[in-house]
Design a protein around this ligand. Sequence first.
Ligand SMILES: [Zn+2]
Length: 321
Amino acid sequence: MRFWSPFEDLVADVHSTEGFVNSHAHLDRAYTVSPTMMKLTKNHLHEKWKLVDDIKRSRTVDDYARGIELALDMQTWYGTSHVCSFIDIDDVVGTKAIDGALIARENVDGIDAFFACQTLKGILNENIELLHENIHKFDILGSLPGADKGQESEHIDVMMQLAKDNDLMLHVHVDQLNTPDEKETELLCRKTIQHGMEGRVVAVHSISLAAHKKSYREEVYRMAKDADMMFVSCPTAWIDHPRSETLMPFHNAITPVDELIQHGLTVAIGSDNIHDVYKPYADGDMSVELRFLLEACKIYDKDMLKNIAVDNGLRVCGIIN
Ligand SMILES: [Zn+2]
């Protein structure tokens, strides 16, 4: 029996244009999960950090190049035309990951790759020197204010200044933990306006925004509009957020994309982690991310979904306005 599938229709439509844009990934960790590692996947986050550090220490530039090449090839196979990947640069990995990423980009055809620095070990320390010396290797400035715990505001100041000095866009991990305790999206909006970075800043995740009451969300949406801030949602990345007894407005553990769009804000999608110790089953197929997004936020408008999957991705990467 023949039937019509709106999802197949949507995906075919995406493939008939530019193809998917994966606006947020960590390709330097992709495909690092192994059968022996599977028993560690439920360990505490801090134990995973140690494991990831051990992997970073032992891998060579060539290992990174081959791993990222595989990830780029797989993205092409899934029909992704552009990918923006964060790449670790810190005192543990040094420049091995970014040097490998640049080699991989040269070796793979059929996909445009952009690299953003992942400041996993904070930048209010000696790591800032490493970043200064190697900033020319990155296309976009990437930031993780949570890595400088208690000094998130100073972290954003330093990264915004660096973005301005080097004329780069800034992608910032914010509000990842799905808790009303976090207000990082608001902070990022304020800092964007303060630094005159309107239209150059992208908030990655902003999940905790959905954990706040409506009046606060509405206020932040207005601020984001003033800051001309864009968003990237990674639908499967935090959908596994642990059950909590905290009372908060009912919502799915995902960026409130439906509300952002209603307020005229630009939203793109990313895969985040692929087959690593954090997300062993995640395969980086952007059609899966799109499906999760449309289900979790109940967005059924085909043009809107296509825009999220393609054009808005090109916008957050600075390819189109
Ligand atoms: Zn990320």
